[in-house]
Design a protein around this ligand. Structure first.
Ligand SMILES: Cc1ncc(C[n+]2csc(CCOP(=O)(O)OP(=O)(O)O)c2C)c(N)n1
Ligand SMILES: [Mg+2]
Length: 337
């Protein structure tokens, strides 16, 4: 878990450097090697690592717009993920999805820029596991700013009524862009949303990877044993702006400083040392994580950009006529329409 979290943090520090290239002095969001928005998850690492530590490749994970730590913990191919973020042809989505739309069918991972969008597909994956009588599970991550989305609430209900092997994980970082949590909900504990739908709800207050690991282990074990879904809320911290370039004028200095002071990576490192893990081992884990990140970034930057003509490929399942030369084969209902 420690190596995983250090990988995620270092990965984002490096992405940040790459992202800023060419975007200054006036912030030009379309310039540089990583065009478009970039939402960094520094301060969320305990969530991805503590939950995904219990998962297998055949388990499904859906993540929101702040996905890197979760993708890394789920085992998404780091090179192809990085190529996707850099918009390269060999990226997970041939460079068309970017950092918010990573999709890796090898480890059943997907994320989306639409908040709470991952909840219904996770319920679908849970239903599929139940119908196929396998013991795989699905986990949907979302932010605390998404807990009033219809898709999330309907998913809680479906998962509960059908007793599906799904775990919902709210990452509570106290902010939804510039909106503080207390202006979104009267619930201090978002896991209480579970009460209205008859499933178990639990909140982990401490931004602590070991506490997350334990709570997630119980929830995922229960889902795997076909004992129903769980809603977890995990306290995390947003160490960065909502997106790169966010001046955070809405955030008090004390709130931003508090997020820097509570670092789950430092906390886990201290726990490891207290358990007798020596400097050499910590250093080895850190340097392995750093090497992996550098290798992925170097590889991605070397990859070809997609041909402009490929812009229309894989976009529509039935492309409107004139978009491609190849006429799609139309079967079933719907005909030419
Ligand atoms: C359905 C929908 N509405 C609005 C948005 C715009 N939007 C992007 S991120 C965000 C807030 C997300 O806050 P939270 O869920 O707490 O996640 P965090 O960014 O804090 O990780 C909003 C409203 C969106 N992406 N999707
Ligand atoms: Mg939030």
């Amino acid at each position: 878990m420690y190596e995983n979290m250090v990988t995620a943090r270092h990965y984002e520090e490096r992405l940040q450097e790459e992202y800023l290239e060419g975007k200054q002095p006036a912030f030009d969001i379309s310039a540089g090697p990583i065009p478009g928005e970039l939402h960094l998850a520094a301060g969320h690492e305990a969530s991805g690592a503590g939950v995904c530590q219990h998962l297998r490749d055949d388990d499904t994970v859906t993540a929101p717009h702040r996905p890197h730590h979760i993708a890394i913990a789920k085992g998404v191919d780091l090179k192809r993920m990085t190529a996707e973020i850099f918009g390269r042809e060999t990226g997970l989505g041939t460079g068309k999805g970017g950092h918010m739309h990573l999709f890796d069918p090898d480890v059943n991972f997907a994320c989306s820029g639409i908040i709470a969008e991952g909840c219904p597909p996770a319920v679908g994956a849970g239903l599929a596991a139940k119908k196929r009588n396998t013991d795989s599970v699905a986990v949907a991550f979302l932010g605390e700013g998404a807990i009033d989305q219809g898709g999330f609430l309907e998913s809680l209900n479906m998962a509960s009524v059908h007793e599906l092997p799904v775990v919902f994980v709210i990452e509570d970082n106290d902010w939804a862009i510039s909106m503080p949590k207390e202006r979104i909900t009267d619930l201090e504990n978002g896991a209480r949303r579970a009460d209205g739908f008859g499933l178990r709800g639990e909140r982990v207050d401490a931004d602590d990877a070991v506490a997350v690991y334990e709570a997630a282990g119980e929830a995922i074990g229960r889902a795997r044993d076909r004992n129903g879904p769980t809603l977890l809320e995990l306290q995390v911290h947003r160490r960065m702006g909502h997106f790169m370039g966010d001046p955070e004028t809405y955030r008090s200095e004390s709130d931003a400083t508090a997020a820097q002071e509570r670092d789950s990576i430092e906390r886990l490192e201290a726990d490891l040392r207290a358990e007798g893990v020596d400097d050499e081992t910590i250093e080895e884990l850190r340097s392995r994580a750093h090497d992996r990140v550098e290798e992925a970034i170097e590889w991605a930057k070397d990859q070809p950009e997609p041909e402009p003509a490929a812009a229309h490929e894989d976009v529509f399942s039935n492309p409107p006529s004139g978009v491609t030369d190849t006429e799609p084969e139309i079967t079933g209902h719907g005909g030419e329409d």
